[in-house]
Write a protein that binds this ligand. Structure first.
Ligand code: IMP
Length: 200
């Protein structure tokens, strides 16, 4: 599912598009056995970030110049600016690649490449701690956040309320698609959360 204006392209096809810039984004997640208020299963800790523009997106690899190496080389290089971690903490490889979407904005043509990486909760917590020390913290990144993956008894608190935020680019579609593809939520739970977010 892609937002209007975004069309899915294969990784290979994206390389042959001319005049497009390539941006990479990463969703890190890990199983979380904890319970909110001692009873609501948290299921997974999954990281997004509040950006400088007040929108929510995924940690970025910035624009990658394919003449300087692979998409993953660029992503690994740039991630340290936002997450403060080096490849010994978080090394993204082609096996973490999920999807690519092309869009033509008024100012630029962009292919957004999306990666997902499962790590342990302990590793994820280290990423959170290092993000506060990163170069971009308090500037381009206002803070790393965990996405609530549950729905509270009122039917709106949790993931539905989270989905009412303003997201950058197709980040919301990337999130929903990853929750579905990686089966982090059941299809029924996901559909219920999406519907509830529309009703508010
Ligand atoms: P910037 O992050 O504002 O420099 O945006 C560069 C490009 O990447 C723009 O086309 C944004 O819409 C896109 N972008 C930034 N963050 C995300 C994200 O998390 N998911 C998808 N696209 C993004």
């Amino acid at each position: 599912m892609a937002e209007p204006g975004y069309r899915a392209v294969s990784r290979r096809e994206s390389r042959s598009l001319s005049g497009y810039k390539h941006a990479c984004h990463l969703m890190v997640y890990g199983p979380d056995p904890g319970k909110l208020f001692g009873k609501i299963p948290l299921r997974y800790a999954l990281l997004m970030q509040m950006r400088f523009d007040g929108k929510i997106g995924f940690p970025r690899g910035g624009f990658v110049d394919l003449r300087d190496g692979t998409l993953e080389d660029g992503l690994n290089r740039e991630l340290s600016e936002e997450l403060g971690c080096d490849p010994t903490m978080l090394c993204i490889t082609e096996s973490d690649y999920a999807s690519s979407h092309a869009t033509e904005g008024p100012a630029q043509k962009v292919v957004a490449h999306f990666y997902t990486k499962k790590i342990s909760l302990e590793e994820l917590h280290k990423v959170e701690l290092s993000a506060v020390q990163a170069k971009d913290h308090g500037r381009e990144v206002m803070g790393i956040i965990r996405v609530p993956l549950y729905t509270l008894r009122d039917g709106f608190g949790g993931l539905p309320a989270f989905l009412t935020n303003t997201f950058i680019g197709n980040a919301k579609e990337q999130l929903i698609s990853a929750l579905r593809t990686l089966r982090l939520l059941s299809e029924a739970e996901l559909q219920a959360a999406i519907s509830a977010s529309r009703v508010g």
